[in-house]
Write a protein that binds this ligand. Structure first.
Ligand SMILES: [Zn+2]
Ligand SMILES: [Zn+2]
Ligand SMILES: [Zn+2]
Length: 341
């Protein structure tokens, strides 16, 4: 993430709605990928410090779950990011606004990274063949109202489904323990699922498919059987030799999505490190291998910093040479995606 500032010069967060120093209202403009300090002009119009005129997203005005702006001339009530929602949590139920807010923040971080990588990002309403939509849904584990239903987080036919319960810290941690995962976050889920979307979106040619198979394995293997085996027997003892996570060892498709998710984590974290001058290197000029090398060093420092304040490791993963080859393949796919529109 780049370093964001209010017009007064104070540093603000990507999720900020007001500047704590000067009190100005803030909004993020996805077109310029910049935070804007806003002056109310009346009738829903705000003038930004860049001279532009904007409106707030309806999901901000009505529910306080979004801080993205839309152009003043836009006829759609929602910001660019909120237009990707197909199903939002049932707001008549308690806690759901707070959960939705957490899901929106994760989605906006994902979108920020995708927009800064300049890969195609269009909603499925505008482009039903290639676009993306999101369902935030709950099931019987969280609500009596939905007893007997089970929603798993996943991707199918252009739609990312996230179980709303993932935004509930206690529930997410208990699932994490049950599934024996060291790392489970809303942003991690969203980044992973976006990997499934972009692999489908790419329509890989034969050469790219052959490269995929050489690195990740044959993705035509029976998926459900592989998943059942994983939950019954657990991962192979030596999974660390070949995969970024235990879950990646389930099936080539999951290995791809896990690796893609890590590519986005690394991209975002290196951008942050450069923005805060934790590294003096110009990330944009580094090869993918150099970026991975830099991230190995930085992630150890990040883990030590976390341990210094009594927290667990922020990045509990090891990138060995096999995982590095897979990340290089993701880098090639990103460059291919940048040519699609
Ligand atoms: Zn300010
Ligand atoms: Zn919005
Ligand atoms: Zn997956």
């Amino acid at each position: 993430m780049r370093r964001l500032q209010c017009a007064c010069g104070s540093q603000v967060f990507f999720e900020s709605q007001h500047c704590v120093a000067c009190g100005m209202r803030l909004g993020f403009d996805p077109a310029s990928l910049a935070m804007q300090a806003l002056t109310d002009q009346g009738e829903g119009i705000y003038r930004a410090d860049n001279g532009g005129e904007y409106r707030r997203c309806d999901n901000d005005i009505r529910w306080d779950v979004c801080n993205w702006l839309r152009p003043a001339a836009s006829t759609h009530p929602l910001c660019f990011g909120c237009q990707f929602n197909r199903t939002i949590p049932d707001l008549s139920l308690p806690d759901n606004i707070q959960r939705w807010r957490i899901l929106e923040q994760g989605k906006k971080r994902l979108f920020y990274t995708l927009l800064s990588l300049k890969v195609p990002l269009v909603d499925g309403w505008r482009d039903p063949a290639n676009g993306l939509l999101l369902d935030f849904i709950e099931d019987g584990r969280s609500r009596e109202e939905y007893a007997e239903t089970f929603v798993s987080t996943g991707f199918l036919g252009g739609v990312i489904t996230i179980n709303t319960l993932e935004a509930d810290e206690i529930a997410r941690i208990s699932v994490r323990e049950e599934m024996n995962e060291s790392y489970r976050t809303v942003l991690g889920h969203l980044r992973h699922e976006s990997g499934h979307y972009y692999w489908a979106r790419l329509h890989a040619d034969d050469k790219m498919r052959a490269e995929f198979t050489a690195l990740f394995g044959d993705d035509s293997l029976d998926y459900q059987a592989a998943l059942n085996r994983h939950y019954r027997e657990g991962p192979a003892l030596d999974w660390r030799n070949n995969y970024i996570s235990a879950y990646a060892s389930v099936h080539p498709t999951e290995d791809w999505a896990e690796t893609w998710g890590h590519y986005l984590h690394i991209h975002d974290a290196l951008e942050t490190a450069a923005a805060y001058q934790i590294t003096r290197q110009d990330i944009s000029t580094l090869t993918i291998n150099a970026r991975i090398g830099l991230w190995r060093t930085l992630s150890i420092a990040l883990n030590e910093l976390n341990r210094s304040v009594g927290r667990g490791d922020a990045y509990p993963f090891v990138i060995n040479s096999r995982v590095e080859s897979k990340l290089c393949f993701v880098d090639g796919v990103i460059r291919r995606l940048q040519t699609l529109h």
